[in-house]
Design a protein around this ligand. Sequence first.
Ligand code: ARG
Ligand code: GLU
Length: 720
Amino acid sequence: MRRYFVFVLLFLLFSFELFSDEGMWIPLFLGELNEAEMQAMGMKITAEDIYSVNQSSLKDAIVLFGRGCTAELVSDEGLILTNHHCGYGRIQAHSSLENDYLTDGFWAMDRSEELSNPGLTVTLLVRMEEVTEQVFDGVSENMSEKERSEIINKNIEEIEEEAIKDTHYKALIKSFFSGNRYFLFINEIFKDVRLVGSPPSNIGKFGGDTDNWMWPRHTGDFSVFRIYADSLNKPADYSENNVPYKPKKHFPISIKGVNEGDFTFVFGYPGRTQSYITSYGVDMQVNVINPISINLRAKRIDIFNKAMNKSKEVRLQYSSKQAGISNGWKKAIGETRGITRLKTIESKQAFEQEFKLWASSSPELNSKYGSLLDEFKKDYKKIGPLIQKSVYALEAGLSTEIIRYALSFDKLVDQSQKKDADNAGIQNSVDKLKDAMEKHFKNYQLFVDKKVFISMMTDYYQNNEMTDIPPIIADKIKKYNGDFEKMTDDLFSKSMFASKENMITFLEKYKKSHFKKIKKDPAYKLADGIASYRQNEVKPDIRKLGRNLDSLMRIYMQAQMEMQPMKKFYPDANMSLRVAYGNVDGYNPDDAITFKHYTTLDGIMEKEDPDIYDYVVEDKLKELYMNKDYGKYADPDGTIHVCFTATNHTTGGNSGSPVLDAEGNLIGLNFDRCWEGTMSDIDYDISQCRNIALDIRYCLFIIDKFAGAGHLVDEMTIIE
Ligand code: ARG
Ligand code: GLU
């Protein structure tokens, strides 16, 4: 035992990070932690070129697009590139059956044609700074968790306020390493962002959800926007007088081509990873959460697909919703498979054994960490069944559109039933609901929603104990004695939320006493019942246990770092700007199968199928292909390269992120990961984890040759 222990200890002390491609690194510390390695892997520039406190650097050309994607500046006139799927909702909002930009594409041929997008923002990082000490000011070891977080929150508020005094910036402090360190981000938020161009869906979403998360891939997943600012180059609300934003930096674009083994890095906003969780956490993800959403989402997707295949109108209405649901569904399937294949639970368990040994090696360690893993185990055991109820209530209970629509009236009900009701506030809500009503019914089909409702209720009933179902649903099931058709017909025929006409009249004539009508509506009652079940019956315990797990995680994270002092740790993704680096590379997904690192236009022609929506190829693209009319965008091998893969560690939020070469030139847009590697949010495996990027030459080829929008390429800095 003792010898084993010494061996383990030595192994842990001297095991350096073997696979450098893993990790999403903080730009501020690249010089200290990563530069030497990046240069050894082929990088020609310095850490200071990527992120600098003193001068303009590549980070000045990167923005957070909306709340969940990345985009990058590619001209000195505010032009940005992001993914088609990131601009999707905006493109759809500008589309109608007459002007179907989603299907046909959209190109502003001059600035006056660029389309504004109310509500869309892009966020530019001005600077970041570590503020751990200030955030912990006043915190002591023996404090209760409650006291601790009160002090931390108060400190955060004060630091944020102080940091942006007398500026137009916004400040945001985020926790890193599960609450062991804190960083302050000073941001500039632009509010006038206009749509400049989008390829047709059969380019931007070629292969649709069939190819999503998969390699080989042929999707031209990009769209083009422009940031506008006021005459002083500062953020401003939309105005005709705004002018294109002049950035400090924009990316030069290299069309020299991408070769196997080339160094690349991805610079963007990864959303969430859980690399350091316990085996219990992994178990909950793959054995509780994923199976529920895989099962329930498959049912909704199937209903949507059948309806979309029958009608163009329904396709237009439901494509964005369907993409949203199926993306998470497929990711969960890939993740579960990857974790099973890698035996992540087993390897975490083995690590936990070593951890226990280490923690028992001295009385001091033992008192700090000795019981940690048992506490995790206890808490996960309690939280598992609660998470199950909560995810079910969300994915089955609240996923029907009518239910969610009805629920959006809860604020109006609250406002109206107050004794001293605020009439202006009520009017404001009514106006907003009128707007939302138009949007809701523009994309709504009653027959689809009814099918979803029947399916969700049936599943709830078949796969849960009655005691685990929200009482309001359980009562209904009992009342209808399992006749879900009748239950559905009654709900949809009696609820005003099923009909646009009813809603128009209701909102036009709204008086505050009418909140009673909302409260009596069967869809609202059901929605309110499910939502309050989640909020009041399930969530409070989840929150309590969750807070406890967070504190345990903070301590466990600290302990892991203490136990492996030679290991380079990167913090889990948290929607802050990060750098991931690696090499262009293919992979072997299965025995005897080898994937190349790139795909070509020839592959699009091979996949073409005029009868399947996702594989239709435009005549114009075929013509260009036939005539080999590729301009300067062809590879030296004579073909047009469409996508490529590399070993960069990325996740959701990295969509639209620039993929850069050794010199920091743009060579691609990140848009996906391969299916075999989607477990990298929990467990990264260099042999299977690949990010998928659009080759920038295909993007320019489509803009220039296909869309005839060469004036946009003229704005960019092209390196041939
Ligand atoms: N899987 C990519 C991501 O997570 C792309 C999603 C959009 N594409 C789609 N076919 N649904 O965002
Ligand atoms: N498509 C993802 C996104 O929206 C990126 C792919 C991934 O999860 O790695 O950010």
